[in-house]
Structure formats: C-alpha cells, structure tokens
Design a protein around this ligand. Structure first.
Ligand SMILES: C[S@@+](CC[C@H](N)C(=O)[O-])C[C@H]1O[C@@H](n2cnc3c(N)ncnc32)[C@H](O)[C@@H]1O
Length: 299
C-alpha cells in the first residue's frame, strides 16, 4: 500500500507508543499510521485497526504478508466495521488495555483515485459515495429522490454552501428531464448554476457540494460523535486520543467534545490550538493542507 499518512510525526508524538503497548487505529485505511505504531510498539504490542470499506479491508489482509519482519500476523487485528461501534468491537476482540486511539477522518487517496465511487469531481463516475457498499443510500438517491428542502439542508449544513437554495432548485429542475447519475452531470449542473467567479485558487466550485453529499451518505458527523463517546469509555487512565479532521464541521465536533469532557474531568486537552501540517508536508502531500490534529489525555 502506498499511502502517505498525514501528520505522522505528530500522531506518534501524542500517542507515544512504547514497546508492548496496545493501540486502536479507528480509521486504518491504508495502514500508514498503523505501520508506524507497529514499528514503535514491538515486539508484542498490538494494533486493532477498524475499516468500514470492504475493499480496503481486503487490501489490508495483504499488509500482513508484506511485512514479515514486524510479525504483523500476530500483532495486527483488522475488522471490517464502523468505529461508531467501537465499544462492541473492542469487547468482541477482547482488546485491552488500550494506551491510545487515533481517528484520521474522511477518506483515503485510494478511495478518491481508484474506488470508482464518485468521490472526485475530476472523474466521471457514478454518484455513489458509499464507504460501505452494503448500505442502500447513495448520492444519486439523494439527488434524484429527496425533497428539495432536504437537499438544500444537506448542502447548507454539511457543505456550508452559500448557494444551497439555488443548487437544490437547479437539481429539482434537472432531474425532471433525466436522472442525474454521474459526477460529470452534477458538475455540469453546478457550472450552469453557480456564479462564474465562484471557483477560486483554493476551492473548486463543486467541493462543498461533494463534501455535503459524502457526509450525508455516510452519516459521517453522527459517526464521529458516537466514536468519540465510545472511545472515552474504552480507554484506560493516562491513555491518549488523537483526532485528525479535514474540514471545519468535523473539527468543531472534536473541539467541542474535548472541551465538554475536560469540563467533566474526563480528560485533559493536550493541544490548545489544533496542529496543522508544516509547509514542507503540504508541499509533499497537498491532500494534507486542510488537516487539523487535536489530542487529549484521559484522566
Ligand atoms: C483518511 S483515511 C485513513 C488513512 C490512514 N490513517 C492511513 O494512514 O492509511 C480514513 C479511512 O477511514 C475509513 N472510514 C470512514 N468512516 C469510517 C467509519 N465510520 N468506521 C471505520 N472506518 C471509516 C475510510 O474508509 C478510510 O479508509
């Protein structure tokens, strides 16, 4: 697997894995962070990795064979599930004590570039956007069948899209003529609907709409809230929780959750301000540019 993990040095700094300690990677993805942890918690420390996407889960089975020197077969447990079910996953795998957990939210490069699920506005693919292909709801279902008001709310709340009303109206008109099933079709509608100068250097005009649809399809914000809540319940005293988010909605949830739990005396915040990647990291890995890391220690 060829993934470049985001804020790797910082994740390792806060988790501070020591020989024989156990960790959870709640979003193992392409195992970038996990491999670094497995390097540090040798010879007998374990990682429990959770991945919601079945294809990535299959690919992860291969990691175990690719790295015989790290004895990964014995030290890495991977489950195909959602981190929203963290407590149950930990119980089923009898995984304890846990010294720390990392959440690297969102999607990984493989999903954007090769999954064919319509995550990227740079490719013409079906408007699917499901992390878990076993669920029914897809992006096409939302666009073609949800009421206009509901679509507008998704765009406004999950995309912070200023033109949510205008876009929802345009989708309602367009779908009367034909089903909207591909990313290029959606892009064409957006292009016709949004002001010409809406595109700027940092953000493509379709970014917010794609983000909103992905969050709605995968119930990402609800999952984050649930995952964080369950993390507090399974972590032992003095263990660490590290979260990397990629947009302000996620970061706000993490920030407020940490603040509330600190007030309740459940944890201590270790990052007064969120940590962002260095200019060098952003140059090497442009995808990291919007990453923000927050860390806390359980009391
Ligand atoms: C940014 S990537 C993680 C990359 C990983 N840290 C690495 O270094 O390779 C996020 C991963 O989390 C997965 N994911 C998203 N929602 C999830 C959920 N609710 N439960 C488990 N995994 C989830 C995605 O499928 C994706 O593979």
């Amino acid at each position: 697997m060829s993934h470049v993990p985001v804020l790797l040095k910082e994740v390792i700094h806060y988790l501070d894995p020591q020989p024989n300690e156990n960790f959870i990677d709640a979003t193992i993805g392409e195992a970038g962070h996990t491999m670094a942890i497995l390097e540090k918690n040798k010879p007998n420390g374990k990682v429990l990795g959770i991945e919601i996407n079945p294809e990535l889960f299959q690919k992860l089975q291969r990691v175990q064979d690719e790295n015989p020197e790290l004895n990964i077969k014995k030290r890495l447990i991977v489950v195909n599930n959602s981190y929203a079910n963290l407590r149950e996953i930990v119980r089923e795998n009898d995984f304890h004590p846990v010294r720390g957990i990392v959440f690297d939210l969102g999607i990984c490069s493989w999903q954007i570039e090769s999954s064919g699920k319509g995550f990227s506005y740079q490719k013409d693919e079906p408007l699917d956007m499901r992390f878990n292909p076993n669920q029914d709801l897809t992006a096409a279902e939302i666009i073609n069948f949800w009421e206009m008001e509901k679509i507008e709310k998704v765009l406004r709340e999950y995309g912070e899209e200023r033109y949510s009303h205008r876009i929802a109206l345009a989708l309602k008109e367009a779908r009367k003529k034909e089903r909207i099933i591909g990313t290029q079709q959606l892009i064409d509608i957006l292009k016709r609907t949004l002001p010409k100068n809406y595109d700027n250097k940092r953000i493509h005009f379709a970014t917010r709409v794609f983000q909103a649809l992905r969050i709605a399809v995968n119930q990402e914000l609800e999952n984050i809230k649930q995952g964080l809540k369950e993390a507090i319940e399974i972590l032992e005293p003095k263990s660490k929780i590290v979260v990397i988010s990629f947009h302000s909605l996620e970061d706000r949830i993490v920030k407020n959750f940490f603040k509330e739990q600190e007030k309740n005396n459940k944890l201590q915040i270790l990052t007064k301000k969120p940590i962002s990647p260095s200019i060098e990291e952003i140059k090497k890995n442009p995808r990291s540019r919007s990453a923000k890391l927050r860390a806390a220690q359980i009391n």
